[in-house]
Design a protein around this ligand. Structure first.
Ligand SMILES: NC(=O)c1ccc[n+]([C@@H]2O[C@H](COP(=O)([O-])OP(=O)(O)OC[C@H]3O[C@@H](n4cnc5c(N)ncnc54)[C@H](O)[C@@H]3O)[C@@H](O)[C@H]2O)c1
Ligand SMILES: [Zn+2]
Length: 379
């Protein structure tokens, strides 16, 4: 099989990028967003730009964190009714994933009814720096307390507009939770069995930017330079993992996030140390492919890495220091999950994580029992 690096999205990334909406070709836009974006005046900004292009807009603002099948169904009905030829997602990963879910299901429904589906121009405007959803072919949807990944090139946005002024309003805790997700994307892309030189370059740069600028941004969320760096890191990590896939930090985070409604980035932060220890086989001889890759990344980050073990340990320690500096809770228990509730859910969560679409690209093939042990360690 031929190795490929695919990027379907045109990325525009300075403060004027939003102005490009004034040049979009189309007649009607369907804007997927959250009501908070309306209150902050962000939706008006988008509608005003589109109207200069002669495009009228309908806004669907029912999105909520960790979108479920109901919001996708409601949004799809409104989207079809609107007859839009431009689809705009304005919001965090939850919003962009909702727009992707709407696009995917509208197409499926049209096909099932024997109708032709005319794909709209799909524009993503992220308001968090975390998921990289503006460039990925992933959409994460919750159904029955389980997070399901749709992975399909069809749902990758055509255009991403990165304007970090939309992130000025982010609370510091959301900056941290979403920012740590970027680091997990970078590290999982780097150790994935599908990593290539192309994804490595993006993952390395994204990891460097997060280590350097996420603490600065946490201390001062108004720092425009740090905000741009973290935003670019988020997009680069997205470009990497949409090609390489992710790993079991995400599988485990999806399962625990779906069950206990923990924000996605925090769920990843809670799982990542135990997963790195498992992948690197630190309790064994630490000569795994993953430990070699962690050590390689440690070298890039100028951490001690004379051996695989030393490199993997250095990287884990650097991650722990970063998390501590960002005031991220140390374990699942401290995140407020009661032991009895955790214990009665752990087996089912491990089964769900084993089936997750991020698991096949993990550098170490886990058993269900391995996943149970990782959860217990992270608790
Ligand atoms: N599609 C992908 O490639 C991908 C990758 C990783 C995760 N995900 C999924 O994305 C979702 C998480 O997305 P997220 O981490 O971006 O968070 P989010 O979209 O859920 O937003 C988090 C919170 O921040 C608020 N918010 C967003 N932008 C804001 C702004 N500019 N100002 C003030 N408040 C703002 C939202 O209202 C929400 O309460 C999860 O469902 C996760 O599973 C998707
Ligand atoms: Zn993620």
């Amino acid at each position: 099989m031929v190795d490929k690096f695919v990027l379907k999205t045109e990325i525009n990334f300075n403060k004027q990028s939003i102005e490009l909406l004034k040049e979009v070709h189309g007649t009607r836009a369907f804007i997927v967003s959250e009501s908070i974006m309306d209150k902050m005046g962000y939706i008006k900004k988008v509608i005003d730009c589109l109207s200069i292009a002669g495009i009228s807009s309908t806004a669907f603002t029912d999105v909520h964190p960790d979108p479920d099948v109901k919001v996708i169904g409601d949004g799809m009905q409104e989207y079809v009714k609107s007859g839009a030829d431009v689809l705009v997602a304005l919001g965090g990963g939850s919003t962009i994933d909702t727009a992707k879910g709407i696009l995917y299901s509208a197409c499926q429904f049209a096909k099932e009814a024997g109708n032709e589906f005319k794909k709209p121009q799909f524009i993503a405007i992220p308001t968090t720096s975390g998921t990289g959803s503006e460039v990925t072919n992933f959409s994460v949807i919750t159904a029955d307390d389980k997070k399901i990944c749709i992975i399909d090139d069809f749902i990758a946005p055509d255009m991403a507009l990165l304007d970090s002024t939309f992130m000025e309003s982010l609370p510091p805790r959301v900056v941290v939770n979403t920012g740590i997700d970027v680091l997990v994307h970078a590290i999982e892309a780097y150790v994935s069995v599908k990593a290539t030189d192309f994804t490595d370059a993006l993952a390395e740069k994204a990891a460097r930017l997060i280590f350097e600028y996420l603490p600065t941004l946490y201390k001062n969320v108004k720092d425009p330079y740090a905000r741009d760096r973290v935003q670019n890191a988020s997009c680069m990590a997205g470009m990497a993992f949409t090609n390489s896939g992710l790993g079991i930090t995400h599988s485990l985070a999806h399962a625990i996030g779906g069950k206990f409604h923990i924000p996605h980035g925090l769920a990843n932060a809670l799982m990542m140390n135990a997963v790195m220890e498992y992948n690197a086989d630190l309790s064994g001889c630490a000569d795994s492919r993953a430990s070699e890759r962690y050590a390689q990344l440690a070298k890039v980050l100028q951490l001690p890495a004379r051996t695989r073990r030393e490199g993997a340990v250095s990287l884990m320690q650097a991650v722990k220091r970063l998390q501590k500096g960002l005031d991220i809770v140390e374990n699942i228990r401290s995140a407020g999950i009661e032991q009895s509730a955790f214990e009665s859910a752990v087996e089912a969560m491990s089964e769900t994580a084993l089936q997750d679409r991020c698991t096949p690209t993990s550098p170490r093939k886990p058993s269900k029992q391995d996943l149970i042990c990782i959860y217990q360690k992270a608790y």
